[in-house]
Design a protein around this ligand. Sequence first.
Ligand SMILES: [Ca+2]
Ligand SMILES: [Ca+2]
Ligand SMILES: [Ca+2]
Length: 430
Amino acid sequence: MTTPADSSPPSGLAIASLVLGILSLVLGFLVVGIFPALVGVVLAAVALRQSRQSTMAAWGLATSAVGLVLSVAMLGLIAVTVWQKGLGTRRHRSRPEVSEIKMGLKPAERPLVLEELWSLEIPGATAVTAGDLDGNGRIEVLVAAAGRQGHRVSADGRLLGTHPLAGEAAFLELGRAGDGGARLAAYENWGKRVLVMNAAGERLWAHSTPSGVDGAHWGDLDGDGADELVVGLNGGGGLTALSPAGEPLWSDTQIGNVWNQAVVSLRGTQPARVFTTEAGGRVRVYESSGKLLRRFELDGEYCAPMSAARMDASGRIQVIGEVDDDTVAASDEQGQTVWRTPVSGSAGHWRQRRFVALDVDGDGTREWIFRQDKDHLVVASPDGIRRAELRLDGPVDEIAVLPMAGGDRLLTRQKDRLAAHGIPAPSAAR
Ligand SMILES: [Ca+2]
Ligand SMILES: [Ca+2]
Ligand SMILES: [Ca+2]
């Protein structure tokens, strides 16, 4: 051991620690500076212990320490970036959990039987929706037909009347106005506007856009009883939320092209949510204010056709979508897969309603209805039980909900043929 007083020339250790310290400063930006920094700190500490007067060792300690901090900071920055971008690491994290879920729906102990309750031919039918059109407490069906015709049908399948519509409707969505009446949002395939009409088919306002409209969906974002409209656009147009009067509330134009959207209304203490799928194939979840809450890959895969709904009184939200063209998967609001089942072929256009949530048996829990094949529909519970099946003659062009107390009905449109399906009321069965 040398005495501390007589150490005039710097020791090899001190020189080495300084060299490593400088090296760690340079390499700190590349994260790998962490290695020379650690060795530098150790060498400088040993050199200082041997000779307390060594300025070079002190510099070695200082530079190594700064290099260490720099490397750790860079490492932290990279970790945060990777987490935010949801890159491969997140994918791998969700994979094992997903693979534990068995492919396919569980059979029901007592399957429900859906019967055709009525049908109606409506020449040139293009789109169908249902709700309380005139605010009188009874549900009606509205069928848009070629030539700007709106046909009003009672819930039991009688044609009530026909009136003109202010615009063509390849797609029709019914929302609630604050006064108890209905609002109709109509848009065309690749159209550049969403036309909003009252229940009589008269124009109220239109949202025009340089991008094509990919979808428009109503939902009450603020719980005041009047639905806001969320519009998804292609070609980099992003997502826009509009007030009941058509004023812009918020938009997200950073996400590029969007596919499907879904709006879950505010109900009591259960907050509203907006869902969309985007060019990257992820599901994005927004608060009612437009703040992005999270994004995830449904079942770890690319998803374009998607919907979301609140399934029961507990407020449970479920997201459903078609992934990889051959699987329908459902997840919770956080993106955790609940069930998945194979479907054959990609039936129908992604822009059309692929999934509807309805309470077919009136027990307070909604079920999902989706296409198993082009002429074969499946009713699945949120827990992944196959409650019912419905096989039709020929392809189904459109599905919609006919909301009814005691059990919602399913509306199907096969070209001009509109039909309602459901569990027959006990009195009607006798
Ligand atoms: Ca009515
Ligand atoms: Ca509202
Ligand atoms: Ca139910």
